[in-house]
Design a protein around this ligand. Structure first.
Ligand code: AMP
Length: 395
């Protein structure tokens, strides 16, 4: 796997695909610079080598050229994060841009205008990618959030740099982290899968059954399994067309020697509301009119022991409706257990959508080994798919 460290950028121009798709307020101020900060190590390495940097990104989903999606809005924040001047051009291809890029001196940074002002970007247009490729000597992909898209700047452009292309530090770290969980993992490996639906997690479950020793299934998915096993789930969320699939998964897991752990008790509520009446009940004895909205204390004690005994932990999806305070305890507790296990030396990866939001909201971000930056991209990796943006560098 070629990374930045395999290159010396002295007197070279690096064309870097970054993910600067940052949130802006109504006055176009950047409200969260995490993504810009995340690209800083890559940019610094190139500048410190004596190279110059051309940054390209998308912002939002513009339909053609729309001023509110201009990357001009993020110049000041980028300068603040990098601690240096950032030049900006109001286009990303063409003679003017080529001229500015050509005149860049070592140590200088240029930010291009929004790639998605051209439909060719998302269409993966080869001619557009070729025009982008003229701007730099080395192509660096550091945008994990778009690595699952075969867009011009994330994938197609790489073919114009047959030997001079590599992963940036951020993308390399994402790949390394997932490999640490799914290929070179230290056993026992425990995956925690939560969220609302079996249907959205099924491909992940199938892919990782070969790679884990234990699988904790929590959240709304629980009840499809419990109903399939003959339990009473009251009004809990359930996909009735997935009952057979649930039994199939349990059977497959058994054949592969993977232990599946479902909650044994839940916090049941008489409405899907924070102020609902609640009671703790066995997971398969939920009264009519009640629904399971969080893992119960006995379940959490079982999960705690499993997580503390694990050397590798993958967490995708909350184990309860954590958006409501009354049903957040299970998800917060899981965060605490994983943090404790990580402090004891386990490797933990949190990735894909809502668990990342939960980890950030409850302040566990620094206590996990790695928190993925790409929702959709991480989900596709967990599903075992090869991401086009990664394949294009490895080619
Ligand atoms: P996902 O996007 O599939 O990871 O699902 C995340 C969502 O699942 C969150 O918004 C949670 O509120 C929801 N969720 C977790 N547990 C339950 C549950 N027991 N019943 C209904 N929704 C749940």
């Amino acid at each position: 796997m070629k990374t930045l460290n395999d290159f010396n950028f002295n007197n070279k121009k690096a064309l870097i695909r970054v993910d600067f798709n940052v949130p802006l307020d109504e006055n176009f101020n950047v409200t969260d610079a995490t993504r810009i900060e995340a690209a800083k190590p890559t940019i610094d390495k190139i500048l410190n080598d004596g190279g110059s940097v051309i940054l390209m990104s998308h912002l939002g989903r513009p339909k053609g050229v729309e001023a509110k999606y201009s990357l001009q809005h993020i110049v000041a924040k980028t300068e603040e994060v990098l601690g240096k001047k950032v030049q900006f051009v109001d286009d990303c291809i063409g003679e003017k841009v080529e001229e500015v890029a050509k005149n860049l001196k070592p140590g200088e940074v240029l930010l291009l205008e929004n790639l998605r002002f051209y439909a060719e970007e998302e269409n993966g247009d080869v001619a557009f990618a070729e025009k982008l490729s003229k701007l730099g000597d080395v192509y660096v992909n550091d945008a994990f959030g778009t690595a699952h898209r075969a867009h011009a700047s994330t994938t197609i452009v790489a073919q114009f740099f047959p030997n001079d292309k590599c992963f940036g530090y951020l993308l390399a770290k994402e790949i390394e982290s997932i490999n640490k969980v799914l290929s070179d993992s230290e056993k026992p490996v425990t995956a925690i899968l939560g969220g609302s639906k079996v249907s959205s997690k099924i491909t992940i479950i199938e892919n990782i059954l070969d790679k884990v020793n234990h699988m904790i299934i929590g959240g709304g998915m629980t009840f499809t399994f419990i109903k399939a096993l003959g339990g009473k789930i009251g009004n809990s969320i359930c996909e009735d067309d997935k009952l057979e699939l649930a039994i199939e998964i349990l059977k497959k897991a058994k054949e592969k020697g993977v232990q599946i752990h479902l909650p044994v008790d839940v916090i049941a509520a008489d409405a899907f509301a924070n102020n609902a009446n609640t009671q703790i009940v066995d997971v398969n004895q939920i009264p009519d009119g009640w629904q399971g909205l969080d893992a119960g204390p006995k379940s959490l004690e079982i999960f705690r022991r499993l997580i503390l005994d694990s050397k590798t932990i993958l967490w995708n999806g909350p184990v309860g409706v954590f958006e409501m305070e009354s049903f957040a305890k299970g998800t917060i507790s899981m965060g605490e257990f994983i943090a404790e296990s990580t402090a004891n030396g386990a490797f933990s990866l949190v990735g894909g959508g809502d668990s990342v939001a939960a980890v950030k909201q409850f302040g566990f971000e620094e206590k996990m080994s790695y928190v993925s930056t790409g929702g959709g991209a991480m989900l596709e990796m967990l599903e075992g798919r090869t991401l086009p943006g990664i394949a294009a560098i490895l080619d």
